[in-house]
Structure formats: structure tokens, C-alpha cells
Design a protein around this ligand. Structure first.
Ligand code: FES
Length: 216
């Protein structure tokens, strides 16, 4: 195994959706972890193009090293953001309701079985949940259209820019692509592919290694 860097959660970043703080999603929190002392990562989950919103770690970018993350503090309905190779990697601990919503979205998404190859989904995530453990989604938070960072839209129901039967997931504010709780893009949206699932593996029940899966 190559050298891994530990990640430390450094704070609560709010919902990640501009204008949503204090709104219907106020009981949900997004945590941002930093891997190498990069301090200004607060904009990682904001609705601005990725390149402008995320300060990559020079060390991680140079090394491309795997990132080790303790997810024991991530509660159901919360999202942790860590940096890997300069990309925001989301770790979402999905609630039973959020997992259930994937049955509803199954016929509505463009590539329900993750068969497209632009961003190949690892075999261990080629399932309805697109994950190793059903409750824990690990995905790269970069839209497959033009690279914006989608924002959290975890609350189901009608709301601006979303359909009335919205089941919860993510919205890319740049051109309106939507993704379900497994990062599967909905049909007829600008984004051509699901959110990328990076190589990853569990080194213990609560510790993930992002960037390595023994097959890499
Ligand atoms: S960059 Fe996401 S929809 Fe265009």
C-alpha cells in the first residue's frame, strides 16, 4: 500500500446550498475534511465552478497519494468532503429513506446500472447503491458535463429548479443536471454520465482509503 494521508474533519460547512442555510435542510450538515493543511476549503460545496471553488492540496496533487478518512463521525444524512488528487470526494452516509429513494429514481436515471465507460464505475460499486456498503456513498463531486460542483438537495419535494416529485439528491446549478442519492444522472440532462466513483476500500469498519482499492 502506498503512503496514505490522514484526513481530519475541521468544521461544519452548512448545507452547501447557497441560501439554504437555516432552511429546510438545517438539520443536515456537511463536513469538510482537509488532508494537508489547506485552510481555505469552505467554498468546496458552493455553487460555483469547481476550479474556482476548491483549493487543491499541493502535496496531494503532487503525490496523488491515497487519502485515509475516518468516517465514524459522519451521521446518517450527513456528508463529509475530502480532497483527493485535487478533487472533492463526497462521503455521504445515507439514511434508510434516502436508500429507499433509489428504487423510485431507478427508471428515471440515464445509466441505472453504471454501464457507461467515460468514468468507469468500479465493479464493487456496480449496484443500485453504487457503493460498497449500501449506506455509504463515495463519489467525486464534479459534474460530468462541464465540471461544476453539484450542490446538496437532500430534502424531497417540490422546490426551485427541481421537479415536484423530487426524491432528494444533488443539483448542478450551472446547467441544471440532477443526480440521485447514488450520483446517477437523471435522463435528458446536460451531464452525460453519473458522478464518478473513485477507487476506494475499507481498511476497517470506519476508515476508508480513497484512491486505492487493491486492484488499482
Ligand atoms: S456543469 Fe453541471 S450541468 Fe453543466
Amino acid at each position: 500500500m502506498s503512503e496514505a494521508m490522514s484526513a481530519a474533519a475541521v468544521g461544519v460547512a452548512g448545507s452547501g446550498t447557497p441560501g439554504e442555510a437555516g432552511g429546510v435542510d438545517k438539520d443536515r450538515r456537511t463536513w469538510i475534511a482537509i488532508t494537508c493543511g489547506v485552510g481555505a476549503v469552505g467554498g468546496v460545496a458552493t455553487a460555483v465552478p469547481f476550479v474556482a471553488s476548491f483549493a487543491p492540496s499541493e502535496r496531494a496533487r503532487a503525490a496523488g497519494a491515497p487519502v485515509q478518512v475516518d468516517i465514524s463521525g459522519v451521521k446518517p444524512g450527513e456528508k463529509l468532503v475530502v480532497e483527493w488528487r485535487g478533487k472533492p470526494v463526497w462521503i455521504v452516509r445515507r439514511t434508510p429513506e434516502q436508500l429507499e429513494s433509489l428504487k423510485k429514481t431507478e427508471p428515471l436515471v440515464a445509466d441505472p446500472n453504471s454501464q457507461r465507460t467515460q468514468y468507469p464505475t468500479p465493479d464493487y460499486a456496480k449496484n443500485q447503491y453504487r457503493s460498497i456498503k449500501p449506506e455509504v456513498f463515495v463519489g467525486v463531486g464534479i459534474c460530468s458535463h462541464l465540471g461544476c460542483s453539484p450542490v446538496d438537495k437532500f430534502t424531497p419535494g417540490a422546490q426551485p429548479s427541481l421537479p415536484d416529485d423530487w426524491a432528494g439528491g444533488f443539483l448542478c446549478p450551472c446547467h441544471g443536471s440532477t443526480f440521485d442519492f447514488a450520483g446517477r444522472v437523471f435522463k435528458n440532462k446536460p451531464a452525460p454520465d453519473n458522478l464518478e466513483v473513485p477507487p476506494h476500500m475499507y481498511v476497517s469498519d470506519t476508515v476508508l482509503l480513497i484512491g486505492e482499492d487493491k486492484k488499482a
